[in-house]
Design a protein around this ligand. Structure first.
Ligand SMILES: Nc1ncnc2c1ncn2[C@@H]1O[C@H](COP(=O)(O)OP(=O)(O)O)[C@@H](O)[C@H]1O
Ligand SMILES: Cc1cn([C@H]2C[C@H](O)[C@@H](COP(=O)(O)O)O2)c(=O)[nH]c1=O
Ligand SMILES: [Zn+2]
Length: 261
């Protein structure tokens, strides 16, 4: 039998009035949680920061408006008087070196970095401490995204807003973006318009035959498509491959042909 005297925000603890010997597993759990709570204060959890951090993730195919949404949120935070910074992957060289740029041409100055771990050092500790909000674009290219979000949100009290592709051109998980979903306060999946039918596009189609996962490019290389046109596109590629295979001259007959020439 337990009497919960009071649970309030200063972690005051339930005072168990044990009417039986505390050897049942539930009673042991309550007592061990009581001991845990009394030894850990909130400030120790997030490194002494009064404000707990946040992680917000924006995903979707290319041209879905991920960067546009990221810029909107960052500008809103800045207008509210919060100190913001923007980071993008230095792999993104499409529109500008030191700015995040949307496909519509909207720009915002940023740090273009090869990794996130170097950000605090490059910014400087004093400036980093002053930061309230950090935006991250092209997050699929940052291998250290998970660890950065953990430290920045859990221990440094920062609000992190992440924008990146959830899937690559094969609709496979792209880089570390999906790994941070369990860390997130919110997850927003955006859609584009299918270039072939105008319906909602959830996927990105690569127009070229390159097969490497990382291939920087815009509408020259990629287009957003709906499920129907992604699948039919795959069907077209497969049937084209079959036709080309059937037109190929077999190797042994190639030898006969070249010998006859
Ligand atoms: N097929 C498309 N569907 C939706 N938006 C498109 C398409 N093609 C070009 N755009 C433009 O791309 C803009 C989104 O750009 P951006 O925010 O950079 O997208 P993302 O970061 O998701 O690639 C849209 O506002 C729109 O003007
Ligand atoms: C699908 C896909 C995309 N990329 C690259 C192409 C672009 O440079 C970025 C995505 O830019 P956006 O801001 O989302 O428009 O990623 C790639 O390297 N591999 C892919 O499979
Ligand atoms: Zn379509």
């Amino acid at each position: 039998m337990y009497t919960i005297l009071s649970i309030n925000r200063n972690l005051s603890l339930p005072i168990p009035s044990v009417t039986e010997s505390p050897n049942t597993s539930f009673q042991f759990w309550v007592l061990s949680m009581t001991a845990f709570k009394s030894s850990v204060s909130l400030s120790a959890i997030n490194g002494g920061h009064a404000k707990a951090g946040e992680v917000h993730v924006i995903i979707g195919p290319m041209f879905a408006g991920k960067t546009t949404d990221l810029l909107r949120r960052i500008q809103s935070e800045s207008s509210s008087g919060r100190n913001v910074a923007m980071i993008k992957s230095s792999k993104d060289t499409r529109y500008a070196k030191d700015s995040v740029v949307t496909h519509d041409g909207l720009k915002f100055p940023c740090w273009a970095l090869p990794d996130l771990a170097s950000f605090q050092h490059k910014l400087g500790d004093d400036e980093y401490q002053k930061l309230d909000v950090i935006g991250i674009d092209e997050a699929q290219f940052f291998e250290d995204l998970y660890d950065f979000c953990c430290k920045a949100a859990d221990h440094d009290g920062k609000t992190i807003i992440v924008a990146g592709l959830d899937g690559d051109y094969l609709r496979r998980s792209f880089g570390p973006v999906l790994d941070v979903i369990p860390l997130a306060d919110t997850v927003t999946k955006l859609t584009a318009r299918c270039e072939l039918c105008g319906k909602r596009a959830f996927f990105t189609w690569r127009k070229t035959s390159e097969t490497r996962t990382e291939l920087i490019g815009g509408s020259d290389v990629y287009m957003p498509v709906c499920r129907q046109h992604y699948v039919s596109g795959e069907a077209v590629i497969e049937s084209t491959r079959t036709v080309l295979e059937s037109c190929k001259v077999p190797n042994d007959s190639q030898t006969e042909v070249s010998a006859a020439m």
